[in-house]
Design a protein around this ligand. Sequence first.
Ligand code: AKG
Ligand code: FE2
Length: 300
Amino acid sequence: VIRETEGRVLPEEFAVNAATYAGEIPRRIRSEVYEFKSMECYPAIVISGNPTFESAGRETPPAIQEGLNAVDMPGDEILHMLYASMLGDVFAWDCTQFSNIVNYILPIEADMDRAISSGSARVFDLHTEDAFHIDAGSYLGLFCIRNEERGATIISYVGDVDLSDRGFEKLWNDSFLIRPNVAHRTSGSGDYRSILFGARESPYIRANFNIIDGCARDTESMDALTRLYERLYDVRQEIVLGSGDVIYLDNFRTLHGRDVYRPIYGGSGRWLKRLYISGDIRLSRSQRSAANARIIHVPE
Ligand SMILES: O=C(O)CCC(=O)C(=O)O
Ligand SMILES: [Fe+2]
């Protein structure tokens, strides 16, 4: 139906139009997704058993590809975007993955030892996606095409940590530099911000534990951050996505990462498709070329 109506289904356009079709998703699924969104008491929502459509017969690409925004979307990406449109507006950054709206997560041999999504030999440690930016997405979606290696996504939910201890008080102060992951070609804002924000009884969190050296203003703040990491580590869960599973993480309440795994190279390696989802796309209007544009320009 979507292909008949839309003709070519291109990522930037469909990111805007998907919501008009999402009302046709079965109510059972919609109500679960909206409960996840409104209650803010779950780390993530998983929808399993999705078809992987054309991607099932495709090899995992050897590298991140340029120009995907000009290519007709396969069915799995259409479905991913339909689900995502129930949570917010899908967008991309121009400082990573060539501005592709649909990002690829796949193993690259040359990146093996790097703490980035294409690495494998080292833990890609807990982080909020794009916490360096004030318009970090509210949610993050990962649709699994294949994962024969059973590489695990790690998640830690801030709701599982008791933050009432006075030692965590410092985390509410604007005393921390939150730097971008190395996959982003930008240095971040350089502004000091708090790690915890929002409501005291159910805080939001933003952090990147891949890059924490020297990121706190003083030693007490650094100690609080280290203790937070230990608590988050204690409550971490491993999720092994299988073919056709899609997970939407609450990026304000859940940190994620990727465990060490042994990748298969040469076409059948782990392949996830990532979508960034904004809860308030208007926040980034000054960095997008038009109201309905979905690529955020980040200064280098
Ligand atoms: O590979 C994974 O499971 C997660 C990687 C990651 O952190 C991301 O996609 O942002
Ligand atoms: Fe990530």
